[in-house]
Unconditional design. Sequence first.
Length: 375
Amino acid sequence: MATVSDRVLLLLSIKEEGKSIGIDHIFEKVRRDVLFTDKREIDKDEVERTVKDLISKGLVERFDNGYSLSEEGEKTMEKIILEKEKELNRSYTMIWLAKKYYPYVARLMIPFLKDRAISAVKIFSGKKDPIKEVDAIFVRYTKYKPKPVFITIDSESKLMSLVFDHCIDFIPYVHKIDVHEPDFFILDLDAGSEILKSQKAFDFIKFVTFELSSLLIELDVAPIVKFSGSRGFQIWASFDNSELRDRGDLFKIYREIAMAIQNKLEERLQSKIDQMVSIFPDIVHRGKQITTSTVAHKEERASQILVDWSSLKPMGDVRAPFSIHYKTGLASLPIPKDKINDFDVKEAHPINIIKNLGRYEKAANMKKCNPPKLV
């Protein structure tokens, strides 16, 4: 069970290096969490004794009228997180993960963030349940007056400055600032509510994702396949827009391409209906459409996979590759196309990504390609 010492160390661990926390703040936050989990009051003396004990063990240091974590404390904190993550304040553990994780993946993320407006998701402890619940706000502007200025991220230092401000999730626009055409082509595979009731739902989504990826490769598109960070997948591509500009609104053209791809995907899946019925008998049924590109009327697609193109619009946004999903704590992870059907969500835990980063670097390499000649 998580102790007062664990909670003190966790609170100190989420602060930027060189910054300290005063005893009053430590007491306020630790008291709140202990009261919620242990149903008991603690006094300031208990917290002060705990801090002194941690100093004597070399885990905490006195610093600028406050306290900070020592190098040994950082090592100890990782063990505590791995053993007691579910018992600790969830917003704090996610910030700790972000602080540890993003320096490893920043260089892979920056190409997807640079020169774009970014929504940064800032998290807080839940008001009703500070342990398991996370409250979030989407921050889009650095200032509002005399006119709004978008958040932009063009370096690791800027990314980390936002992480230390408790932002853990980064969602860029599909187009660059002051550019009125998309340069990200995104298809988001979203399973309907009836599909999600099946024990094989995730395997089914992976099957469809693999088939869509294979279809795009056959159409000479170079896709990135990305786990959403929750329960679905996305396909990303980058098109050479020079072949499309004379046809008008590129956002509209991109949406038309997406719908045409969905039709091709449906034909491909229907050609494999016997195989799919055999593997997914409670999901796939002969004579029934498997996918749709109709975004509206959610209740009518409860038994289908939505090939969602709705981010393909001005100010449309999408979670960046490698960004931590603020609801799940899992990363939105690019996956090698030949590993889609073997993918396990545990791979997307930030600690596991750090350990196996080389496995995913190539999968995040998005090459510009010609748009498929479908419309």
